[in-house]
Design a protein around this ligand. Structure first.
Ligand code: GDP
Length: 194
């Protein structure tokens, strides 16, 4: 089955999304930055396998050396698996992402979400931005246009529905993400036929 890789800094709702996708229970609110090896699960409603990679976000209390190691592991995994990865899903907190991106990147964010997005692009892995916690966002279109802008995608965001997927994982509203990943699956199939 096609592999979808899930990435995101701590607390964006990755575990909640994983639970929604797979039906398994995950350790929500788990200690950030704890090194885990990649885990693979079936995406319940689709023909995908979803891979959970360790959080790369703010990891206070995690020594710099260990943080670097986590970052290196993520980059290495993506490099090694790029040919088989159908999509890289970067999960963002829709309420907090813009502020975090606009604040100057500090050493505790590794790698910066935007950098990670560009890394996926460099590796030719289709990137999907799963903008989570949309239930907490008042002006969704404005916020999503800002997200598009920060990732170098020309607003309006609606032009980028294969890339920008607003979701509320906590309420099981993940259809835009499923649609985006499906679109990449169809595109990959078309490429195979060429
Ligand atoms: P992780 O660290 O990325 O795995 O994040 P978790 O899944 O543990 O979620 C972090 C916090 O965000 C928890 O309190 C979740 O209940 C909350 N959360 C996750 N998804 C949503 C959502 O769609 N809306 C809201 N309002 N909160 C969410």
């Amino acid at each position: 089955d096609a592999e979808v890789v899930l990435l995101g800094r701590s607390n964006v709702g990755k575990s909640t999304l994983m639970r929604e996708i797979t039906g398994h229970q995950f350790n929500t609110g788990g200690k950030p930055g704890v090194t885990r090896s990649p885990n693979h699960y079936d995406w319940a409603s689709e023909d995908f396998v979803v891979t959970d990679l360790p959080g790369f976000g703010f990891m206070s209390g995690v020594p710099g050396e260990q943080r670097e190691q986590i970052k290196t592991n993520i980059v290495r995994y993506l490099e090694e698996h790029a040919p088989n990865v159908l999509a890289g899903v970067v999960v963002l907190d829709g309420k907090a992402a813009i502020d975090i991106i606009d604040r100057h990147t500090n050493e505790e964010e590794i790698p910066h979400t935007v950098e990670l997005y560009h890394l996926l692009r460099e590796l030719d892995i289709p990137a999907v931005l799963a903008v989570n916690k949309m239930d907490k966002v008042d002006d969704a279109d404005e916020r999503l246009d800002d997200v598009a802008d920060r990732f170098g995608l020309l607003p309006p965001w609606k032009q980028w529905q294969d890339t920008i997927a607003p979701i509320t994982a906590k309420q099981g509203q993940i259809e835009p993400l499923e649609q985006a990943v499906r679109a990449h699956l169809e595109a990959a199939k078309r490429d195979d036929l060429k």
